[in-house]
Design a protein around this ligand. Structure first.
Ligand SMILES: CCCCCCCCCC/C=C\CC(=O)SCCNC(=O)CCNC(=O)[C@H](O)C(C)(C)COP(=O)(O)OP(=O)(O)OC[C@H]1O[C@@H](n2cnc3c(N)ncnc32)[C@H](O)[C@@H]1OP(=O)(O)O
Length: 391
């Protein structure tokens, strides 16, 4: 990205003023601890003007994005042209905040400004030292180190099944990672599983009835998958063990997938009375051809890591004994590549597909919303919950 000029307190460049007015320490994943008042927000804006050191382009972009979100709400202007690099980067940073509420943006802005004390400025300028923990919720852990933001499914006692809260945490983690200092973002799992897919008990607690739960589930799923479609940096899956359901279908939206030879890939949607999601009804036939996609998505055929590699879903398979070492060594090297080149190349690959992906996602969610209310699905889930069936 073209360097964004930093002018300390007394010599503001009017054309860049908007960028520097509104620092964002970090986009909090999880709930803000308190609400910032308008006065806190204005104080923070004044504090920014007093910063003596340039906080770096990434922080300036975050400041800009949070300011716009806090004042104007979600991004509502057309995207600048591909060669208008600075305005495009600003637009992307703002747009990446999606529907983040104004109050949350204001709070994040205030938090960011207060974090830009001399001691915290080093990390916000991308000087990666020791492991910099950016977010931790119980079941999704996010860390950033060596130019890599790592998002970890961390619920090994339940084979990393994804709860309703985890979907929301991942959406926020991706938003934050899209504008942090890292070059690439990686998903992996704790324990023997990569992820066992949707937590099937998500369907069993519906205080306002199943129809309402299914409606909310479809809205959440659509936003969740869109956050993968839109993610601007290289997105890599380090599949450390078996993957089930939505954790498999999402792989079609990743840029690279590295698998241990202990990994398996299983999408038992028909067995569960459900249908495909995460755009897999489009990406899987495209990746592996319709005949192989049918075996997975309709018949629930489980693939070994090598089969998944042969069908183009996995980039490379490593022996379990050397998996972690080899993969992370490679990823650290990739993370040193010029980040903007990688982003732009990804954009070139993704941009012709985006409208199609949004449309497929929307349709899959509508169909699933109805399927979740079907007898086939309810019975399958009840059988799992009452321990009558397993994959
Ligand atoms: C209406 C509201 C909707 C809201 C939904 C929001 C969006 C959803 C969108 C996505 C929809 C669906 C896509 C999918 O992902 S479908 C795939 C779902 N996954 C499964 O069917 C896997 C079920 N699990 C198993 O079959 C087995 O557990 C296993 C993974 C094969 C592992 O077997 P194991 O013998 O090695 O281990 P096990 O003892 O069974 O598991 C240990 C404990 O973990 C619990 N657990 C495992 N997976 C899940 C899961 N997916 N959901 C909930 N719990 C899971 C298991 O119950 C054990 O718990 P406990 O020790 O007995 O307490």
């Amino acid at each position: 990205m073209t360097a964004l000029t930093w002018r300390p307190a007394r010599c503001w460049c009017p054309s860049l003023l908007q960028i520097f007015r509104f620092p964002v320490a970090q986009v909090h994943v999880g709930r803000p601890t308190m609400r910032a008042s308008q006065q806190d927000f204005e104080n923070a804006m004044n504090q920014v003007k007093l910063l003596k050191e340039d906080p770096g382009n990434q922080v300036k972009l975050k400041l800009y994005a949070l300011y716009k979100q806090a004042t104007d709400g979600p991004c509502n202007v057309p995207k600048p042209g591909v060669f208008d690099l600075v305005n495009k980067a600003k637009w992307e940073a703002w747009n990446a905040l999606g529907s983040l509420p104004k109050e949350t943006a204001r709070q994040n802005y205030v938090d960011l400004v207060s974090s830009l004390s001399p001691s915290s400025q080093a990390s916000s300028q991308g000087k990666h030292g020791a492991d910099e923990k950016t977010q931790e919720s119980k079941n999704i852990v996010v860390t950033s180190e060596d130019g890599i933001t790592k998002i970890v499914f961390n619920r090994p006692a339940k084979k990393n099944a994804i709860t309703f809260q985890m979907y929301q945490d991942i959406i926020l983690a991706l938003k934050s990672a899209s504008t942090d200092n890292s070059a690439i973002t990686v998903f992996t799992g704790t324990g023997d599983y990569y992820c066992s897919g949707n937590d099937l008990t998500n369907f069993t607690s519906a205080p306002n009835g199943m129809e309402e739960a299914a409606r909310k589930g479809a809205v959440l799923l659509r936003e969740f998958v869109n956050s993968f479609i839109d993610f601007p940096k290289p997105l890599v899956a380090v599949v450390n063990g078996p993957a089930v359901g939505i954790s498999v279908t999402l792989l079609g939206l990743f840029d690279a997938v590295y698998a241990s030879d202990t990994a398996t890939f299983h999408t038992p949607f028909s067995q569960l009375g459900q249908t495909s999601e995460a755009c897999s009804s489009y990406t899987f036939p495209k990746i592996m051809g319709p005949a192989k996609a049918t075996e997975m998505l309709l018949f629930g055929k489980k693939l070994t890591a090598r089969e998944a590699w042969a069908q183009g879903l996995v980039s490379e398979v490593f022996p379990e004994s050397t998996f972690e070492k080899e993969v992370w060594t490679r990823l650290k090297a990739y993370a040193k590549l010029p980040p903007n080149s990688m982003r732009i190349s990804k954009e070139l690959i993704r941009k012709n597909e985006k409208e199609k992906l949004y449309a497929v996602n929307a349709e899959e969610c509508t169909i699933l919303q109805a399927k979740w209310l079907s007898e086939e699905c309810v019975n399958a889930i009840m059988n799992f919950v009452s321990r009558k069936s397993k994959l």
